[in-house]
Design a protein around this ligand. Structure first.
Ligand SMILES: [Zn+2]
Length: 241
């Protein structure tokens, strides 16, 4: 039996990432990476690695033009299948392959990190999957361009209704020094972020940002995103070496 399983959670997002030359140039392609690229031609791939508790999920590419976390997610997936882990990690390395192919922030005109409450959107689909899987937590990985909002390497979290969102952020902060940006209540700043909607559904969640220009992979940014992912997993006792 293979140590992992890939399924497609939405077909309408299908895209050929090999058409994105910047993405491909920065990829150190493992065989698993190419398997995931192949499955992205059919839609949003979800890979499951390991079994049992805890059950956590890492997502990247909710903004298709933020490439660094999507490449880091592939490296994390490869590391995880190469070793025995205690627990289950679900990874969505590219939430919207079509948007990543086009290096677009939006999909069908919408920002998927503002529409997670809306039935039928991809981000809402991810929340449904997260609930069905009974996840212990979810982390969504992004890249922010310099001098934008937030423009610095950071971790978004909130204290209500899930205090653990903040605890997870503190743990990642200790390991990476990424700045904590904490809101008292989930979803007060704007509506429909994947992280906020998870927290509102009592799935403790954070959003991690590294600094990189849109549509590019700034030097070191995929490594920083990788470190954030490693720190997030280590909160749950899932260590990769
Ligand atoms: Zn983003």
């Amino acid at each position: 039996m293979e140590p992992f399983q890939i399924e497609i959670i939405s077909a309408e997002t299908a895209g050929d990432l090999q058409e994105n030359q910047v993405f491909m140039k920065n990829l150190s392609g493992s065989s698993l990476a190419f398997k995931l690229l192949d499955s992205a031609r059919k839609g949003t791939p979800l890979i499951r690695i390991g079994k049992g508790s805890p059950k956590i999920m890492l997502t990247a590419g909710v903004h298709g033009n933020e490439l660094s976390p999507q490449i880091a997610a592939l490296a994390v997936a490869q590391k995880l299948v190469d070793q025995n882990i205690e627990g289950t990690v679900y990874l969505i390395p590219f939430a919207i392959p079509f948007a990543t192919m086009k290096s677009s922030r939006r999909f069908k005109g919408f920002d998927m990190n503002r529409t997670a409450f809306k039935e039928g959107t991809l981000s809402n689909e991810i929340i449904k999957v997260a609930k069905d899987l009974n996840l212990d937590s979810l982390a969504d990985f992004h890249a922010t361009k310099p001098y934008s909002n937030p423009g610095v390497e950071s971790i978004f979290c909130s204290k209500k209704p899930c205090q653990e969102s903040f605890t997870i952020a503190e743990h990642i902060n200790k390991a990476t020094k990424s700045k904590i940006i904490c809101h008292k209540n989930a979803g007060t700043l704007y509506n429909g972020a994947l992280e906020d909607e998870c927290n509102k559904s009592n799935i403790p969640a954070v959003t991690c940002e590294v600094v990189s220009h849109n549509g590019k992979v700034d030097p070191g940014s995929q490594e920083r995103s990788y470190l954030q992912m490693v720190a997030y997993m280590s909160y749950f006792g899932i260590e990769i070496h």
